[in-house]
Design a binder for this molecule. Structure first.
Ligand code: SF4
Ligand code: SF4
Length: 396
């Protein structure tokens, strides 16, 4: 069962207002105002809770602008449990503005996404969707959705029967499949299963449902809890004590759903337990984008770099991350497209030159958002999950 949540006032009172988190907050660096900083948001929550500040659409907007990147929580010396506070406070407030709910539902629906990807290919829409998107205002959720549609990769097929490779000397682990990534990053799922099997694990697959991260992000507590229950039931049914995810964006939500269980980033697990894995050389230049959740929640950035560093010949640049969320942030790219685009432009401005052959990123949301940005700029760089590259280079 999940732990009983702490009261918002108690969580907020832990903040000593030192401001050390401010330089790491992407929204503070975007707007430069206290109400768009972690310390400001904590103060807003505290005052709304004790009744000295009336909840208003403006207050809600400051909360909703938060990307949930957890950079503040990572650097906080106390530490303040900012993620817990944000989730609890968002759930208490009514939404500030009508949300693009239909678009958000489509974003987590594998069936809609498959249909969208099929139509995009069939109508060669990759070529005419970006100009259409550019004709719409930067504040339009439709513009963001059209850009994402143009950037959808081909839904990947299952390619390897990972279970057949198992030599289970390291016990059993479960691998979470998720929703969007289950359609567009099936190759990464297969890659994770294949490498885990090669490292000696028996892999149990939990496929095809949403962890509830998007619902939690939008403050839909009932939907988030329903999805957390599904995670608990599926995990209990597979009878293992370790759950791995190839998508760090799901990690925090999975950990909250499964207190007491070991929930890890698949690459962190492989870094720790896959010392026997060997990789073939690859003479390519790649840029590694580290999603906020991989850095601040999974804390697997070092593991990802070490794993990729084991591919001989692979030249790796890393996109800087402090204060540099790409703006995807779950539903943020559809709810606040103008802000998301500004954050993406700042991230893409850090791309190394000359352009690398390949971009690697582990979060499907970041991947789509960044791919849409590259497409808008007319830059052609292949993007894939780091696990896909590692599995391709794996030398059995
Ligand atoms: S959240 Fe932590 S780092 Fe930020 S102001 Fe409060 S105590 Fe300081
Ligand atoms: S989670 Fe990220 S965007 Fe939100 S307050 Fe913390 S650092 Fe800023």
């Amino acid at each position: 069962m999940p732990d009983t949540p702490k009261p918002i006032a108690e969580l907020a009172d832990a903040c000593v207002k030192c401001g050390l988190c401010l330089p790491y907050c992407p929204t503070y660096s975007l707007d430069g105002v206290e109400t768009e900083s972690p310390r400001g948001r904590i103060a807003l929550a505290r005052h709304a809770t004790d009744g000295s500040l009336a909840p208003s659409p403006g207050l809600r907007r400051h909360l909703d602008h938060c990307l949930g990147c957890m950079a503040c929580q990572r650097v906080c010396p106390v530490p303040v449990h900012y993620g817990e506070l944000l989730k609890a406070f968002r759930a208490e407030l009514p939404p500030a503005a009508p949300r693009p709910r239909r678009l958000l539902r489509m974003l987590t629906s594998p069936a809609w996404l498959r249909l969208g990807a099929g139509l995009t290919r069939w109508t060669a829409a990759r070529h005419w969707l970006p100009p259409l998107a550019r004709a719409l205002p930067r504040t339009s959720a439709l513009r963001a959705a059209i850009s994402l549609l143009a950037a959808l990769p081909r839904p990947a097929r299952r390619t390897v029967a990972a279970e057949s490779l198992n030599v289970p000397t390291r016990g059993r682990v479960a691998l979470f499949g998720g929703c969007v990534q289950g359609v567009f990053e099936r190759d990464a799922q297969e890659a994770a299963a294949r490498l885990l099997a090669a490292a000696g694990c028996a892999v149990v697959r939990l496929e095809g449902f949403c962890c509830g991260a998007l619902a939690a992000h939008t403050g839909d507590a009932a939907d988030a809890e329903a999805k957390a229950r599904r995670v608990r039931e599926a995990f209990a049914a597979c009878g293992v004590d370790t759950l791995l995810t190839a998508t760090p964006g799901c990690l925090g939500t999975l950990r909250e759903a499964l207190p007491g269980a070991r929930v890890e980033d698949a690459m962190a697990f492989l870094d720790a337990h896959g010392q026997s894995l060997r990789f073939r050389p690859l003479e390519r230049r790649a840029v590694l984008h580290l999603p906020c959740t991989q850095v601040n929640v999974a804390r697997a950035d070092g593991a990802v770099r070490r794993l990729l560093g084991r591919v001989p010949g692979l030249e790796l640049d890393v996109l800087p991350t402090p204060g540099m969320c790409c703006g995807a942030a779950g539903s943020h790219m559809l709810e606040f497209p103008e802000r998301a685009t500004s954050l993406r432009e700042r991230t893409l401005a850090c791309m190394p030159l000359p352009m690398p052959d390949l971009m690697l990123t582990a979060n499907i949301g970041c991947r789509l958002h960044l791919a849409a940005g590259l497409l808008e700029r007319g830059v052609r760089v292949a993007i894939e999950h780091p696990l896909s590259l590692l599995a391709r280079q794996w030398a059995p």
